[in-house]
Design a protein around this ligand. Structure first.
Ligand code: SD4
Length: 317
């Protein structure tokens, strides 16, 4: 068996590519890196790589993380500027035993020293988004903007290896130096080939309060089926946050068990994800909440097209 699951509809083309190239069968880790790299390079996705939205100073600061579930090795970078493909750097850092989580200038230096490509990551389009927001209300609550797009991918290959990776520009207009869940092991991603893997998207500050990805893998370890593990972990965190702080941010997760079955959970109404496996072509699902229960619906071609049209529409200042 092999399988891949990725957050949001935007993972479709990238997962499709690695499925076509058979990468996902052979090596879960390199399938994740290739897929995420493709998403980082596509400038119309607003939360990942080139085209990612800037912080309050109009600087694009990127976070990425990667974990190998066979060895529990992980690598991550945070608040890094001017690196074209953060996921590649996170992957390279997972080969290190120490200093595998690097921040800002140190992360950039590691990337430069290891020959990773540098690039000015503020795209003209992201700049327009920034200028538009500056014209609008300035004091809006910082939260994942409508249609946020952090990518998190989990994969299982035919050798039985499970890996997880993430890449994001984080929250639009975040404070300089702000870091979310995406590079934080156990929050944005976690993988253990004995049990399963999980990745998260949403409001990093709230996701981190539950170490949500680690929590899901712990539930899998207890023998709880993957869908139940996701629903249980997410609902528990949602309820706990509501009780303790009176509000809850967007929380969404995707997971695989060691047999390639998927689980997903969200507390928002517009979450979408992509799943592919040995027995299923890459499929985009929309998660609909009905009377407190989650229902999955396969996205129509019209919906898929509209998503891209919206992402690529001209920005009026
Ligand atoms: C963060 N979790 O930096 C990320 C944001 C996100 O889709 O997921 N956006 O908090």
């Amino acid at each position: 068996m092999w399988a891949m699951i990725g957050t949001w509809r935007m993972a479709l083309e990238a997962i499709d590519q690695v499925v076509k190239s058979d990468e996902c069968k052979k090596d879960a880790g390199s399938a994740i890196v290739k897929a995420i790299k493709q998403i980082e390079d596509f400038e119309y996705f607003k939360s990942v790589g080139y085209g990612g939205l800037p912080n309050e100073d109009m600087d694009v600061e990127l976070d990425a993380g990667y974990m190998n579930g066979d060895t529990l090795a992980f690598g991550a970078i945070m608040a890094v500027r001017d690196i074209k493909n953060p996921i590649e750097v996170a992957y390279a850092l997972s080969k290190e035993y120490t200093s595998c989580l690097l921040a800002s200038a140190g992360a950039s230096r590691f990337a430069r020293n290891h020959g990773f490509q540098q690039k000015d990551m503020l795209s003209p389009r992201a700049k327009l988004h920034y200028l538009k927001r500056m014209k609008e209300e300035r004091q809006v609550e910082l939260k994942p903007y409508i249609g946020h797009d952090t990518v998190g991918i989990c994969a299982l290959d035919e050798k039985g290896s499970l890996c997880a990776g993430t890449s994001t520009s984080g929250l639009f207009m975040k404070k300089a130096g702000r870091v979310g869940d995406s590079p934080i092991l156990g929050s944005g991603y976690y993988a253990d080939s004995d049990y399963g893997c999980c990745s998260a998207t949403g409001l990093g500050e709230d996701l981190m309060k539950g170490c949500i990805s680690f929590q899901v893998v712990e539930l899998l370890k207890q023998g709880i089926p993957v869908q139940e593990a996701c629903s249980q972990a997410l609902q528990a965190l949602h309820d706990r946050l509501l009780r303790k702080q009176g509000k809850v941010g967007d929380l969404s997760i995707v997971a695989l068990d060691k047999n390639g079955n998927f689980g997903v959970a969200t507390n928002i109404d517009n979450f979408s994800f992509v799943y592919a496996s040995k027995t299923q072509a890459p499929t985009v699902y929309l998660v609909k909440k009905q009377n407190g229960k989650m229902e999955l619906e396969v996205a129509s071609q019209q919906w898929l097209n509209d998503y891209l049209t919206t992402r690529m529409a001209a920005i009026e200042l």
